[in-house]
Design a protein around this ligand. Structure first.
Ligand code: ZN
Length: 70
């Protein structure tokens, strides 16, 4: 059970600093940083194959590597 008055992070449930909350953030500092750093996930459609889930530059360079298809 959580108190309703707590500014809880949407991602982890931790308290969000009031200043952050006032700015419109709904995630704590930790999660906010993580989200900002996170590499953008991209789906690369490969003809005659499955969609390739690329999350690193390397994946984008060689989308035919059939990574999750071993
Ligand atoms: Zn959090």
């Amino acid at each position: 059970m959580q108190l309703m008055s707590v500014n809880a992070c949407r991602a982890c449930g931790d308290d969000v600093i009031a200043d952050r909350w006032a700015l419109g953030y709904r995630t704590c500092t930790k999660c906010g940083e993580r989200a900002a750093r996170q590499v953008k996930h991209t789906i690369v459609p490969v003809p005659k194959s499955n969609y390739v889930y690329a999350h690193t530059k390397d994946d984008l360079i060689s989308p035919y590597s059939h990574k999750g298809n071993r």
